[in-house]
Design a protein around this ligand. Structure first.
Ligand code: GLN
Length: 473
């Protein structure tokens, strides 16, 4: 087994025992990046010298019997929307090419504080808008299971970095599924924590009321290790919660755990093999002691509509700051208003422009009540529907995505079919809940993901179930 194929938990044991160094581990990841990245385009920048330097520091700490935490010496990738002081970070956009981070995102600062090795930044859909990583200023990322297919998105680069064993783990962001869906399409674990669990300070905002940072990993156990490193209240993000911190609660079996199958979600259209594989996954959970029952989850269909109103409204507000004046690309020698207009027209790709226009329209006078306010009302109904379901069951199961990875170019000309790929993931963000995608068989020869959705702050419950499923699969 190659070193880069180790899980974080396995690597930790060997690092602690002294039969592996962080330098060896980091070199193995860098070798794999050199080998595969020219084809896969998962990393858009690799910090080889810095990574080896950080690995050396970790090895020196080990020789002094110091360890900063579970991630000390562990090589990870960062999505290109997480600020990393002194490094270029662009959210996959031309408008920010050349933009150097002035400070570290809180999540990045925490990783560094634990001695993690940062391998580089990973490719993404521009400003995290997309489900395929095709809307990137750096070209598309390829799915390692079939180079003709997309890895999902928007955190496709991070998913592929882990799936192709170029990194032991990676960070992504999830506003409507951008961690879980690419994890599903690439065959990795992807966790979207509860809104407020991890600070968003230094995450380039897409839709601030929905965005959340989270891990990609090979296993649920590894995802838990990364979550533990990142979580907690932060004075730089007032939406972080003081709720008790996540502590893993691994279980022997699922006896006493009630798992709900939302009728409305399972009634939706999906690929036949996705349905049968995830049903098989549900059977496996049942064999391990879970009680399975159908539950009602009204407004499951409306979640997509709510998301595609609320999200572009927030996008239009958040992306207003990119005006050619303060950051990145500027079209020069024009009067002020034309500088704004031309810089934005040149710097943003078509999908970002579409969403800025839609959001601006939905917030404009006369339409605000009909669109934004109405969507916010339905958002409340969706939250209540989940609360009601969680009085009957402890967690919910759906497929993560309705289809396995589609072909590159297949959905770029028809945004609505692309948006439909988010049908099972967006409701979780709209309600602020935690959810994990765990690999669950194959459809059309490609990986399938099973999504476990938990109560607010019950990452321990869904990760424990995911781990039991991994053991039984
Ligand atoms: N695919 C969704 C979208 O395009 C989700 C994006 C995300 O979670 N950042 O909006």
């Amino acid at each position: 087994m190659k070193l880069n194929e180790l899980t974080i938990a396995e690597a930790r044991k060997r690092l602690d025992a002294g039969d592996l160094t962080s330098t060896e581990l980091t070199k193995a990841c860098i070798a794999e990046i050199k080998n595969q990245n020219p084809t896969l385009n998962a990393f858009i920048e690799v910090y080889e010298d810095d990574a080896l330097e950080q690995a050396l520091r970790s090895d020196e700490r080990h020789s002094r019997s110091e360890c900063l935490g579970a991630l000390d010496g562990v090589p990870l990738g960062l999505k290109d929307n997480l600020l990393n002081q002194g490094k270029e970070v662009t959210s996959g956009s031309n408008i920010l090419k050349g933009h150097i981070s002035a400070y570290d995102a809180t999540a990045v600062r925490k990783l560094k504080g634990q001695g993690a090795v940062i391998l580089g930044r990973t490719n993404m859909d521009e400003f995290a808008m997309g489900s395929s990583t095709e809307h990137s200023a750096y070209g598309p990322t390829k799915n390692p299971h079939d180079l003709e297919r997309v890895p999902g998105g928007s955190s496709g680069g991070s998913a592929v970095a882990v799936a192709a064993k170029m990194a032991l783990g990676a960070l992504g962001s999830d506003t409507g599924g951008s961690i879980r869906q690419p994890a599903a399409l690439c065959g990795t674990v992807g966790l979207k924590p509860t809104y407020g669990r991890i600070s968003r300070s230094g995450l380039m905002a897409m839709a601030s009321s929905l965005d959340q940072i989270g891990p990609f990993a090979k296993t649920a156990e590894d995802a838990a290790l990364i979550l533990e490193a990142l979580q907690g209240p932060d004075s730089l993000d007032q939406t972080t919660s003081n709720h008790p911190l996540f502590v893993p609660e691994w279980k022997k079996d699922l006896s006493g755990v009630r798992i709900g199958l939302p009728r409305q979600a399972w009634g939706a259209g999906m690929h036949d093999e996705v349905r049968s594989e995830v049903m098989r996954g549900v059977e496996a959970l049942k064999e391990r002691g879970a009680e399975i029952k159908e539950v009602d989850l009204p407004y499951a269909d409306e979640a997509l509509a709510v998301y595609y109103v609320v999200m572009p409204c927030e996008v239009s507000a958040n992306l207003a700051r990119f005006d050619g004046m303060r950051y990145g690309l500027r079209v020069k020698d024009l009067p002020l208003f034309e500088t704004y207009a031309k810089s934005r027209a040149k710097g943003f790709g078509p999908e970002a422009r579409r969403r800025i226009l839609l959001g601006t329209y939905a917030l404009s006078r006369g339409y605000y009540d009909a669109y934004y306010l109405q969507a916010k009302r339905v958002q409340t109904l969706i939250r209540k529907a989940y609360e009601q379901a969680f009085t009957e069951v402890d967690m919910l199961v759906t497929p993560t995505a309705p289809n396995p990875a589609f072909r590159l170019g297949e959905k770029t000309t028809d945004p609505l079919t692309m948006y439909l790929e988010d049908v099972f993931t967006v409701g979780v963000n709209v309600a602020g809940l935690p959810a994990v995608s765990v690999p669950c068989g194959k459809a059309d020869g490609m990986p399938v993901g099973m999504q476990l959705i938990g109560r607010h702050f019950d990452e321990a419950g869904i990760l424990a179930a995911a781990r039991i499923f991994e053991e039984s699969d």
